[in-house]
Design a protein around this ligand. Structure first.
Ligand code: P5A
Length: 441
């Protein structure tokens, strides 16, 4: 992408209404723009990040055997009357009336809708277990939307729903999502610790929140640093093995991790002092197991193998896809701007032409840009006629993992400069080697 033809509204000023660093940086780097309280437009570079995060979530859900579908954002009030949550949900639910005076709502979550869809189609034990998910916008009329996309009113969520014949099956579906979450967040380059949680309005008794540590976090957290040493991508857990999944769950439950809501001082005192980590954290995911709460209230039954009828055991599993953009920035930034982990960066490389008015420099850059594209390296090419300083500041604030800097003096000697955003390390090398390094990185 040529910056001269892109839409990247970067600003130098720190926006006055933003309190936390991720919100400031998202506005400064032109990722989002607020269009109403707690409602954001995703500008091109922010939208690329959102799509990358969404795709990692999707791939890990698919690997875990969950099946993607898409449900609408607008739901009917009748659906929610069936579960009894229409009145219980309160003012956070955005209620709408259509031209026929029918009561509708903008979905804050989809337990009711998926239960109705699955209830009307699944009748036998052969239809279970199943986990279905979608990635769809939600609306919660938060009293105090704040911190930008972190607590928005409209936000993007991945929500999965599992249906099992019995409690044992439901636990395995829960463990499966737990592992999928550990792998998902690790792939994004962040550490999200699962913590025992209270289940709130969703219901149920088994629940974990996934928390990214950050000073701006809304909850206080306590965890055992033994957790930090695990590589969940590599861990050999077979999603098809009940034994593997149960072992994983025991392993995770064995390491102390809790939010202030569930914190147990006596257990905390047993964690060796050197391993105690305390701080604040952002909830990027939340998983629940709630038995027959929705299947029973909404009249869903399936036939068992021996001819009986049961209400399926259910769970629901959420990831705050749009919140993650902010949470990742909270965890990955420095004084100059965002430092994207490779997996979610909007582009991999920022190619900087230091002298757009110099024909030799421009043609060398054009050539590099073409070759990077041919090698499949996503590149944002700063071909604008601007000062070098302004170009560096832009690249630093938007946080692409690599900067490839090309100027007339270097070119005379046959060299370009490659800067790694995270470390600030700079290397002078030939254009050829730079291309090789970026294609391999
Ligand atoms: C689980 C999936 C649920 O809604 N029903 C379907 C269950 N859980 S939850 O914890 O309430 O939300 C899931 C995740 O969504 C993110 N989230 C938000 N992100 C931005 N702005 C908000 N106002 C907001 N509310 C929730 C969180 O990451 C949460 O973990």
């Amino acid at each position: 992408m040529r910056l001269s033809r892109y839409f990247l509204p970067v600003t130098k000023e720190t926006p006055a209404d933003a309190q936390i660093v991720s919100h400031k940086l998202m506005l400064r780097a032109g990722l989002v723009r607020q269009t109403a309280a707690g409602i954001y437009a995703w500008l091109p570079i922010g939208f690329r990040v959102l799509k990358k995060i969404e795709q990692i979530v999707r791939e890990e859900q698919d690997k875990a055997g969950a099946i993607e579908l898409l449900m609408p954002t607008i739901q009917s009030a009748d659906l929610w009357r069936q579960s009894g949550r229409y009145d219980a949900y309160g003012p956070e639910m955005l209620r709408i009336t259509d031209r026929h005076e029918r009561e509708m709502l903008y979905g804050p979550t989809n337990e009711e809708m998926i239960t109705a869809i699955f209830r009307d189609a699944a009748k036998s034990y052969r239809d279970l277990p199943r986990t279905l998910y979608h990635i769809q916008w939600k609306f919660r009329d938060e009293v105090r939307p704040r911190f930008g996309v972190m607590r928005g009113r409209e936000f993007l969520m991945k929500d999965a729903y599992s249906f099992d014949l019995d409690e044992e099956g439901a636990r395995l579906s829960y463990y499966t999502q737990l592992l999928a979450y550990l792998r998902t967040f690790q792939r994004m380059g962040i550490k999200a610790v699962p913590m025992k949680a209270a289940s709130g309005p969703i219901g149920g008794d088994l629940s974990h929140e996934f928390i990214v540590l950050a000073q701006s976090g809304e909850s206080e957290v306590f965890y055992d640093s033994a957790f930090d040493g695990f590589d969940w991508q590599q861990s050999e857990v077979d999603y098809g093995s009940a034994e593997d999944l149960s072992r994983l769950f025991d392993q995770v439950s064995g390491m102390y991790a809790a939010t202030d809501e569930t914190h147990d001082q006596a257990r905390w005192n047993q964690v060796p002092e050197a391993r105690r980590r305390e701080g604040r954290g952002i909830e990027v995911g939340h998983i629940f197991s709630f038995g027959t709460k929705y299947s029973a209230s909404m009249g869903m039954t399936v036939q068992t193998r021996d001819g009986g009828q049961v209400h399926p055991q259910m769970g629901s599993y959420g990831i705050g896809v749009s919140r993650l953009v902010g949470a990742i920035i909270e965890a990955c930034h420095d004084d100059n701007g965002i430092v994207w982990p490779d997996a979610v960066a909007p582009f991999k490389v920022g190619l900087i032409n230091m002298r757009a008015d110099d024909p030799a420099c421009a043609s060398a850059c054009d050539d590099l840009y073409r070759r990077l594209g041919a090698a499949g390296v996503e590149t944002l090419y700063d071909d604008r006629d601007e000062r070098g300083g302004a170009k560096f500041a832009t690249m630093d604030v938007i946080g692409l993992p690599w900067q490839l800097i090309v100027g007339p003096k270097g070119l005379e000697k046959g060299i370009v400069e490659l800067k790694q955003r995270a470390t600030g390390e700079r290397h002078e090398l030939s254009a050829e080697s730079a291309l090789g390094r970026l294609a391999a990185a």
